[in-house]
Write a protein that binds this ligand. Structure first.
Ligand SMILES: Nc1ncnc2c1ncn2[C@@H]1O[C@H](COP(=O)(O)OP(=O)(O)OP(=O)(O)O)[C@@H](O)[C@H]1O
Ligand SMILES: [Mg+2]
Length: 266
């Protein structure tokens, strides 16, 4: 089956005062329909750049991005995004913040259906009863939950998450991981998760893509079996420890702190 998200030989450089800064150098990533891929790599290697290319907010210098069998040539309404710092509008209630994308992208939902969907998503992430609150009345974790609902309100094919849990404390983050599993079970999106947290990557994703240092290429792919960690206890099994060791080693290679294996270097 053709992947729903395809990144084919993508190269990109930013033009800076000091000359071109090559950021991505021949990325290859494929995410099947319903799949969830985590992307990890050294800081500054080009992960957020990759999310902008998938969303069609930028065009690559070379290579192609395909979503659902169509080449991406501009912003797509079928993409939902959430970031490390959820930008919620303080003058709108949580419910109205979640509904915001529907004022921008076309929707088949009428007002009542849209509101029902927003309330449903908020209840899925444990925010029932907070619909009429303002963002400042919520904790950081609750605001991030609301921003996940906003990213999903228009039933996007593709959900792109750029370090969505990076600013949260460890316990809140783990709560949100469980929420993500619940959302994945209910909503039929295909996802890309950028993260610095290797435990998060194997907990949430079925494939982990390790990027090399800048300019980034696809350095390593780890398939997480369907039987992989799905409850927090599973992160402490020998299998999870082995996956984390592999990823930690690959990150060290990407950072230039460990030598690649001879066969990987060939
Ligand atoms: N608009 C821009 N113009 C020039 N350079 C940029 C621009 N955006 C990003 N960069 C540079 O491109 C490189 C990759 O940036 P990017 O934000 O994609 O990295 P990242 O992997 O997301 O980093 P982090 O893990 O810290 O979030 C960095 O060196 C950054 O300074
Ligand atoms: Mg980034």
């Amino acid at each position: 089956m053709k992947p729903l998200i395809e990144i084919k030989g993508v190269r990109h450089a930013y033009q800076t005062d000091a000359g071109p800064l090559p950021v991505l150098d021949g990325l290859e990533i494929a995410v099947p329909e319903g799949g969830f891929s985590a992307v990890v790599g050294p800081s500054g290697c080009g992960k957020s750049t990759l999310t902008r290319l998938i969303a069609g907010l930028m065009k690559p210098d070379a290579g192609e991005v395909w979503l659902h069998g169509k080449r991406v040539r501009g912003p797509r309404a079928t993409v939902g995004m959430a970031f490390q710092n959820p930008v919620l509008l303080e003058w709108r209630s949580i419910l109205k913040n979640v509904l915001l994308p529907l004022e921008i992208v076309p929707t088949k939902l009428n007002r009542k259906q849209a509101e029902e969907r927003a309330r449903f998503l908020l209840s899925l992430v444990g925010l029932e009863g907070f619909e009429d609150k303002r963002p400042s009345e919520l904790s950081g974790g609750m605001r991030q939950r609301a921003s996940l609902c906003r990213a999903l309100i228009h039933q996007p094919d593709v959900l792109i998450l750029d370090e969505p849990f990076g600013a949260l404390d460890a316990f809140t983050r783990e709560d949100l991981w469980m929420t993500m599993h619940e959302l994945k079970a209910r909503e039929p999106f295909t996802g890309v998760l950028i993260t610095h947290d290797l435990r998060e990557s194997i907990f949430l994703a079925d494939q982990v893509v390790v990027l090399s240092g800048r300019p980034a290429r696809t350095q390593y792919l780890l398939d997480v079996p369907k039987s992989g960690p799905r409850s927090l206890d599973d992160l402490y099994t020998p299998e999870a420890a082995e996956q984390l060791n592999i990823l930690r080693h690959q990150i060290q290679i990407a950072q230039g702190r460990a030598a690649p294996e001879p066969e990987a270097a060939a």
